[in-house]
Design a protein around this ligand. Sequence first.
Ligand SMILES: *Cc1c(COP(=O)(O)O)cnc(C)c1O
Length: 401
Amino acid sequence: MINAASWVDIDLDAISNNIKTIKEYIGNTRLLVVVKANAYGHGIYPVAACAVESGADFLGVSSLEEGIFLRQRGIKEPVLVFNTVLPEQAEDMLNYDLTATVCSFDAVQALNDAAMKMNKKAVVHVKVDTGFGRFGVLPEHAVEMVRLIITNFENIYIEGMYTHFSSAMNKNITRKQFNVFLSIIEQLESQGYKIPLKHVCNSAATLNYPDMHLDMVRIGNLVYGLCPSKNLKINNPAKIYSKIILLKKLPKGHYVGYGSRFKTKRPTTIAIVPFGYYDGLELLIFQPNGIWDSLKNFFKQLLAGFGIVSATRKVKINGIQCNILGKISMQNCVVDVTDIKDNVFVGDIVEVNARRINLSHSLSRIYRRAGQVFSETDTAFTVSKVDTSSNAKQRRETSIG
Ligand SMILES: *Cc1c(COP(=O)(O)O)cnc(C)c1O
């Protein structure tokens, strides 16, 4: 079900320019553009097609399903699947020519069996766990694993080897992980095993440690303008919009929202915006993790009670920042427009500040590319049904809304 009063406006030209800027910066190093998680909320297929057009050598996804989706849409470039596959998924990895991540012999065996049946070679990248504690073979087993794969599994081709940094902003932790990875590569090379594609850097590491670029870098956040960069000219490609669907006046002392968590302190004009936590607005300010985060959350809410609110609790209407009042509902939020009440109308466009990765599939994505505008739903390109113009013609605030 498409929420036709809310949409995400994505400038593919900006994504393309970001990719070209990154390519210029990394020089001869290959570029893998990460399009997992629906391209961080921007839409996997349009972004993948744009990335390939802009010079990405590889695409990266988390799941087999995302890889298949790209292939079914006609993407021909190499696609690395970061998650390891279940044995029963091995055949599809080969059918769709996807590059597998391996760190267990179960997966290696399943891929080898499937490849043998199809008279093919399964292309794999061996992942090493240098400290993240998720996917990857532990460093002490990595050399032996590569040796065993090469000597015992004829239908496996090890094209790459990689690791993932847990805290790319932390120099010490990252250096340590990098050195562990390098020592494995050195051991392999001294034994005569050459791995063509060695890669370790995500966005932050690519920016912070040019000496770690190796053969390829894997970039997500930076492509989407979600990673601050001092040196590169990276632009934000996306904005999130909705429209005011109702305006009304509340008297002083009236509650707003579930839990009666907010009470108006003055006669207040409110605008209802059909954008809630189902669409991707954060219900709480953030998900608390541990007691310290819970405390921070508590203080943020306390401050909100005094009218001091964080950016995600604000929306922009006609260029003016307005506060969201009370608890955010599933598909609506309530905005205080008292200060701009003489210049606000039903149908006015509202710019919403939500985390793009959390945006619901229910929102239409509107794409701009080379002067053209198009939209895409989950399953097909359609003519845009979303009216992105401000159709603010209706009456202003009413007290009987
Ligand atoms: C998500 C992911 C990346 C991209 O990280 P960014 O910080 O978004 O650049 C790179 N590598 C792996 C394995 C990932 O899962």
